[in-house]
Design a binder for this molecule. Structure first.
Ligand code: NDP
Length: 496
């Protein structure tokens, strides 16, 4: 039998370690500063924890696969839905909401159901819960609501007066409160809950038509819940019951599954709907908006490293792919900003670059640097836009979302460069300058513009000419550029 060869222990710099004993001046000490192995270990230990999530701190995660079983391409051009049988890798993190990291799993609480799909068009994150509604509809109330679920500032204890004080002042919470205190309020495990995108999103098809949409994931293990008594007993002997159940099920090949379905609503239906269809405290009744099959989600692989994959996994509703869009839902609009912002604080400004968060397609943009930047995709690319570099990353209008009509208002990306006169007021200023001032101005400009590419100089010269012929001529002369052949066009007064 060949002897198994163990890997050699090293420092974080990869230097082999000969012995794991502290270096001391004699067997009784003291320690020496030169023991860099020991120092590194102690210093790294001091930095092992990252800030826990303000909400959903206690969670479990698993890798999986989404398989499309029904054609919904008439609603969405998203490539994840492009054909029946299509499979997309995903990562899902379940959580409780109020408890801190290490809180007991089997508590009466909403469960988080956050999904990350690694599609060809980048990540699609659907950051949902096990309930189809939420406690508040106005994002102003969110942080306040969470404070009531956490700890009293003085006693540092959960406080029922705080919770019910807030709820009694916010009747929009009643729908969610009723679900929370119903028999489904303490799930038996994460495998036995439904997941809901909760918010109203939109789907956009290849013809650019938008339809409003809600996402549903129905557990194929059946809903199973605990009574208060059983939950109390379970917590007494196992605080990690949800983590244990999920991990052990996947480990033994019993892969949990969810039936992925959607509801859709046209604009006309939205106008006729008795409630605001973008109100997160309301559902769309199944009788009026039947569930449409989409696919099957299966979790089939446990993380190898909890911290790297689960704790650092960072989900944000802002991760949306072409074919899936947002809606006027105020809570969604707020989350589009706050989730990514929370990860920038909690994990770091380059959280996208960690393996668990990294899209499985190239990432090309002009954001740069920050803590722990690997710059994997950017290399030596320039870091600004607009630019006139031939092979630089450029937007492709194919991926532009169609405009929304919200009553009289059209929501769109308006071109900020059209319908603006960028020259007249500059000309008015130039006219104030005396001859010597004009000379100093154009000397300074030519001094620096002369260091740019000739193509850039020519483009900028046109702007100076559009402001004032004299302005352009002086700069051109100082750059040594003969513009006589262009004067027919560039010498005209402001073109605005
Ligand atoms: P339906 O009879 O068509 O649907 C009722 C829904 O309620 C089912 O999805 C059922 O889930 C779910 N349900 C049953 N018990 C509970 C519970 N204790 N907590 C949460 N959900 C539960 O009626 P409607 O579509 O008209 O909805 C009626 C109410 O059902 C809603 O006001 C809402 O509270 C709740 N609900 C509605 C959903 C929707 O999207 N329309 C989704 C989830 C809940 P299951 O089939 O898995 O048993």
């Amino acid at each position: 039998m060949t002897e198994k060869k163990c890997p050699i222990l090293t420092t974080s710099d990869g230097n082999p370690i000969g012995e794991q004993q502290a270096i001391t001046a004699g067997p009784r000490g003291p320690l020496l500063m030169q023991d860099v192995q020991l120092l590194e270990q102690m210093q790294h230990f001091n930095r092992e924890r990252i800030p826990e999530r303000s909400v959903h701190a206690n969670g479990s995660g698993a890798h999986g696969t989404l398989t499309i079983t029904n054609d919904i391409t008439k609603y969405s051009k998203a490539r994840i839905f492009s054909e029946v049988g299509k499979k997309t890798d995903c990562f899902l993190r379940f959580s409780t909401v109020a408890g801190e990291r290490g809180a007991a799993d089997a508590e009466r609480d909403v469960r988080g159901f956050a999904m990350k799909y690694y599609t060809e068009d980048g990540n699609w994150d659907l950051v949902g819960n096990n309930t189809p509604v939420f406690f508040v509809r106005d994002p102003y109330k969110f942080a306040n609501f969470i404070h009531t679920q956490k700890r009293d500032p003085k006693t540092n204890m959960r406080d029922m007066d705080m919770q019910w004080d807030f709820w009694s002042l916010c009747p929009e919470s009643l729908h969610q409160v009723t679900i929370l205190f119903s028999d489904r309020g303490i799930p038996q495990s994460y495998r036995h809950i439904n997941g809901y995108g909760s918010h109203t999103y939109s789907l956009i098809n290849a013809a650019g038509e938008r339809i409003w949409c809600k996402f549903h994931f129905k557990t194929m293990q059946g809903i199973k819940c605990l009574s208060d008594e059983d939950a109390a007993k379970l917590i007494g002997r196992d605080r990690e019951s949800n983590q244990r159940d999920l991990f052990e099920s996947i480990e033994k090949g019993d892969f949990p599954k969810w039936a992925f379905k959607i509801q859709v609503m046209t604009n006309a239906q939205a106008d006729a709907f008795p409630f605001n269809p973008f109100d997160l405290t309301k559902v769309w009744p199944h009788a009026d908006f039947p569930l449409i099959d989409v696919g099957t989600l299966e979790l089939n692989r446990n993380p190898e490293n909890y911290h790297a994959e689960v704790e650092q996994s960072s989900f944000s509703p802002s991760a949306m792919v072409p074919g899936i869009g947002s809606s006027p839902d105020k809570m969604l609009q707020a989350r589009l900003m706050s989730y990514a912002d929370a990860h920038r604080y909690r994990v770091g400004s380059n959280y996208h670059q960690l393996p668990i968060n990294r899209p499985k397609c190239p990432v090309m943009n002009y954001q740069r640097d920050g803590v722990m930047a690997t710059a994997a995709d950017y290399g030596s690319n320039k870091n600004y836009w607009p630019n006139s570099i031939e092979d630089a990353p450029k937007p492709d209008p194919v991926f532009k979302d169609p405009a929304w009509a919200l009553g009289e208002v059209i929501v769109d990306r308006y071109d900020s460069t059209v319908d603006h006169d960028d020259f007249t007021q500059v000309g008015n200023l130039y006219a104030l300058f005396d001859d010597a001032h004009r000379d100093r101005l154009t000397t300074r400009i030519a001094g620096v513009l002369g260091q740019a590419r000739r193509e850039v100089q020519m483009r900028q010269l046109c702007h100076f000419f559009r402001v004032d012929r004299d302005y352009g001529q002086r700069v051109a002369d100082k750059l040594g550029i003969d513009v006589s052949e262009f004067m027919e066009h560039a010498g005209e007064p402001a073109l605005a």
